[in-house]
Design a protein around this ligand. Sequence first.
Ligand SMILES: [Zn+2]
Length: 446
Amino acid sequence: MDVFIEEGRIAWLAVTGERVPIGAHRLHDAGESILTPGLIDGHVHLSGTPGLPEDDAPASIGLREVYRRQAARSFLYHGFTAVVDLNHLDRDDIAWFSKQPLHPDIFHCGTGITMANGYPMVWLPENERLRTYSNYVVDETVPDGVDAAAHSPDAAVGRIVESGAVATKLFWESGFGRHRDLPTPSHEMVAEIVALSGDAGLPVIAHANSYSAHRFLAGTDIDMTAHGIWNWRGLEAETGVPPEIGEVLDAYVARDIGLMPTMRVVEGLRDMFHPAFLDAPALAKVLPDEVVAWYATEPAGFLREEIRADDFGGVSDEAAHARFGVVADQGARVVRAFLERGGRLVFGSDTPSAPTYGNPPGLNGYLELRALAAAGVPLEQLFVTATLGTARAFRLEGYGDVKSGYVANLLLLEESPLDSVDAWNSIEFVIQNGALVERETLAASE
Ligand SMILES: [Zn+2]
């Protein structure tokens, strides 16, 4: 086929040579390459500079700057031509990414709806919480000095619509670790947020990763979850999933609620306990050398040591790696059980999900594809999920397919992604808004 591109969009498709208008020029002869739509990562956080120092020392600022410059290119390096920022706290970050010479198309959900003093703001110092997670809602407990009317579901969804968001992000998390029994939105409140978002044409995506949070969401009309179910909280099953989780999955299928497994949340923590991870050649493609060198320093390993000490009682790398392996396997079993029921997956890598160097930009999305394939997602389904399926879930018109009128975000691969998941790493060229970019020119180093 010939694919005609005009002003960044696919104008039409035709059998080779059949319909070539005067003045058309050949952008590229794809030869035997495989043409696919660009991948869409439905869960990134562009303001994240994972594991880098956050102070104002010139060296720290410089490190964050080189990280971000490369991050914009690294998403493209791995074929992610569009990303959805789920919960951005600083609008300047998105503006900054949008000004980079090469970057994926960026969509966002505005600032996610949280409960006042709930997850995730409770991890911040008390005087910063409400300011940082400004789009919070209140129930009958109204913090001092807060205008309840300005923090109703109506006001919160209004702010999201105003910000140009493509979806509403909502947090449902009762806590873990140091913070438990946190306030969570009621059924009534979620129903109101879903209805208000629906009126504005926005799907609702909800944060949840524990069984209890998913059990709550299974009784709502949200459109999709932002995570899988890897935290079973005491439930057990020798094979498959515990019946309680099976019931949640049945409800998701019945209500057509999409599941975004985000396998890399657990795998990215697990990779910190794999000493060879920082030496992987794939990492050097997506991160500048000075960033990789920083990750090998002692202060960069603070999260790893915190988890080792607080959660695992000071165990060895091998033991911590194995513990995370059990949790990752629970997430994988949920994916299989969901697919057996005919569930609808949505693709998202959650890059970065924590201050971990285990979620490198772009590469993390490729590793998510691999993790889903390893969990048992058939390659054809994976292909559709990471392109058209995710475009549809977020209602991104003109994305995720190779059709006339669609945005010309395309990939040329050496191998077919229907033969092997490795094919997603055989990209030769990325076509971003109609511009042809040779993959290797996007790499951090050769
Ligand atoms: Zn996230």
